[in-house]
Design a protein around this ligand. Structure first.
Ligand SMILES: *Cc1c(COP(=O)(O)O)cnc(C)c1O
Ligand SMILES: [Zn+2]
Length: 405
């Protein structure tokens, strides 16, 4: 294997078995999740970044695509890490940073995993890719599939966000809608993906897809110049959380950071299986999701990845918080008012968790914190515009301007 990627093996999270890199969705021994292992020793000598590439692909050495020929990009990665001065002042948190993913090609964090997914699909000779999505993943996979010349089949909840569905149907080969719960569709989907006739673009198992979100952690450390004390993200399919944890862990093993940040997981009250298990000290109990404004968080059965998140939380003194729709909408508005960032509700839900954590004394506001804002607001349903009609006259214009001073 060439050294474009320093991937060495796929290690099983459950039984520890190491497998040769190949298109595996789970451990052939025990069915556990696979955790890609890289040659960190060589990497700590030659460095992780390759400055000949831009964005996410500067980190190709710690991604599982082993030849440049399969690399597909739409310019993803390099999203801003913003010091949130005004928001931080409001919250009494002077060292608060926002990692804003709304600038990615389709406006959401999903583009990071779509890039590694379609590139891996080409690497393994697939012609088509599929995903079950509440919106963002479907848009993103369909977009990247076009770019790669792959067919895409997207399964989407019938009452998804209209803008996201329009976007998806422009890009996908086919969009199939269903009525009912994501969690029920996904069980059948997984069994069909086991046949490996179509590349699995889902969040549940595929380590080659998963890996793209790890670059969030690498970018944060590069942008800050060191590791943050606290990392806060929303959790649904559990990719961001587990991928970023793995990124921080790799950097710690390579001596690039001193320790793994305190990891904080936020969920909606309507879909909070990880939070419930964390608080009660039990394992994850699958639940039926209620309705939530954060449609991207509606996963009641996160499967083995949920257990992985729990293990990480328990192992590193992490924290899990759930938030109500009202808290999410408030966080969304606060982002607009204080920083000029308009995120969708799903994207603002980690901030809602951060605010709750500070309020309840579970998070130290003085700590250096990085909070994920994972999408733009441009593709979510939006409120009616609030406008003030005026006459066309110098007096009316002058009066209008005086009123905003
Ligand atoms: C999918 C999604 C998430 C959740 O990420 P997971 O990796 O599935 O936990 C968060 N925010 C947005 C905007 C998403 O689309
Ligand atoms: Zn195993």
């Amino acid at each position: 294997m060439s050294r474009f990627s320093f991937l060495e093996s796929l290690g099983c999270v459950a039984c520890g078995a190491q497998h040769q890199p190949a298109y595996l969705l789970e451990c052939p021994v025990c069915g556990g999740l696979l955790d890609p292992q890289y040659d960190l020793k060589s990497l700590s000598k030659c460095g992780v970044r390759d400055e000949r590439f831009k964005g996410l692909w500067r980190y190709h050495r710690v991604l599982p695509v082993w030849s440049q020929e399969h690399l597909i990009t739409l310019g993803e990665g390099d999203t801003p890490l913003l010091w949130a001065r005004q928001l931080g002042t409001r919250l009494g948190a002077p060292r608060l940073f926002i990692k804003y993913e709304g600038t990615l090609p389709t406006g959401t964090v999903k583009d990071r995993t779509s890039a590694t997914a379609v590139s891996s699909a080409l690497q393994f000779g697939f012609r088509a890719i599929s995903v079950v999505s509440t919106g963002n993943a479907g848009v993103s996979i369909a977009t990247y599939a076009r770019r790669a010349g792959l067919a895409s089949a997207i399964f989407c909840y019938k009452r998804g966000d209209p803008l996201k569905m329009a976007h998806m149907s422009l890009l996908a080969t086919r969009v199939f809608t269903y009525e009912g719960e994501y969690d029920h569709v996904i069980e059948h989907f997984d069994r069909i993906m086991d046949k490996k006739e179509i590349f699995d673009g889902g969040a549940r198992r595929n380590p080659f897809k998963h890996e793209g979100k790890k670059t969030i952690a690498y970018e944060i450390v590069e942008q800050l110049g060191h590791g943050p004390e606290v990392f806060i993200t929303q959790v649904s399919g559990c990719e961001i959380f587990t991928a970023c944890f793995r990124g921080f862990r790799e950097m710690m093993e390579m001596g690039l950071i001193g320790q793994i940040p305190r990891m904080v997981a936020c969920q909606s009250e309507a879909a909070n299986p990880v939070v419930k298990a964390f608080q009660s000290g039990s394992s994850i109990q699958p639940m039926t999701t209620g309705s939530t404004v954060a449609k991207g968080l509606a996963t009641g059965r996160p499967g083995k990845k949920g257990e992985w998140v729990l293990g990480i939380l328990r192992g590193c003194k992490g924290l899990a918080l759930d938030v109500s729709d009202a808290e999410i909408i408030k966080a969304q508005q606060l982002l607009v008012e204080t920083e000029g960032i308009w995120s969708g509700p799903t994207g603002a839900s980690a901030l809602a968790g951060l605010i709750k954590g500070i309020r309840e004394g579970l998070l130290d506001p003085q700590a250096e914190m990085v909070c994920m804002v994972t999408e733009t607001g441009l593709t979510s349903s939006y409120p009616k515009p609030v406008v003030h009609p005026i006459e066309i006259s110098p007096e009316a214009l002058a009066q209008a301007l005086r009123s905003v001073k």
